[in-house]
Design a protein around this ligand. Structure first.
Ligand SMILES: C[S@@+](CC[C@H](N)C(=O)[O-])C[C@H]1O[C@@H](n2cnc3c(N)ncnc32)[C@H](O)[C@@H]1O
Length: 178
């Protein structure tokens, strides 16, 4: 009985620690986990042309929902980077439960090798986007498409802007091509 209580206490402590780290990440550096809506994901998918070999990255992928959507729709196995441990854990568990093969890493998105990407999706706070533009210019191949939900990428030349559509409940999208 004592052993069971000890195990429960350890598991609870780990959970509280992960919760604390996740909260701190959100407050201090990364910005909070706010999932993209289903409609916005459909809109994102309608903005690009994909085939099974396309390399799609979601930088700050949250629970990985966008990656699983394009996997279901196009058979694309995308890559996601998520820095908040609990959000990452949920993304991994949920993906496993639904039989998804998407690749999700618990890693700072600034460590991703962007030279492999064909399409990059971003739904990030402006101060993260500000630093990211330089990395994109330095690493992305010519032709890489970048779609940012809600906010602009200061260091890249805008190709197309899809304005907010309140009636349809759709956010704005900013599209860039390297
Ligand atoms: C607004 S949410 C968007 C989640 C997901 N892309 C979606 O559209 O549903 C932003 C996510 O980016 C993550 N994030 C922010 N900065 C990050 C960084 N430097 N490295 C990895 N993930 C980061 C946050 O933890 C958060 O879960």
């Amino acid at each position: 009985m004592d052993i069971l209580i000890n195990i429960a206490v350890v598991l609870l402590s780990i959970f509280i620690l992960l919760l604390g780290i996740t909260f701190l990440m959100g407050v201090l550096s990364a910005g909070p986990f706010i999932p993209t809506t289903g409609r916005a994901i459909e809109k994102f998918a309608s903005l690009i042309t994909l085939n099974k070999k396309s390399r799609v990255f979601d930088l700050g992928c949250g629970d990985g929902r966008l990656l699983r959507y394009i996997e279901r729709k196009y058979g694309v196995i995308g890559e996601g980077y998520e820095i908040a441990p609990l959000v990452y854990l949920w993304a991994k568990i949920y993906s496993k439960l639904v039989g998804s093969k998407v690749k999700i890493y618990c890693r700072d998105l600034f460590k991703a090798d962007l030279s492999k990407a064909d399409v990059i999706f971003l739904y990030l706070v402006p101060f993260v986007l500000k630093k990211l533009g330089k990395k994109m210019n330095a690493e992305c191949r010519k032709g890489t498409i970048i779609i940012s939900e809600g906010f602009t990428l200061p260091n890249l030349k805008l190709k197309k802007h899809i304005p907010l559509n309140k009636k349809k409940g759709l956010p704005s999208f900013y599209i860039y091509e390297i």
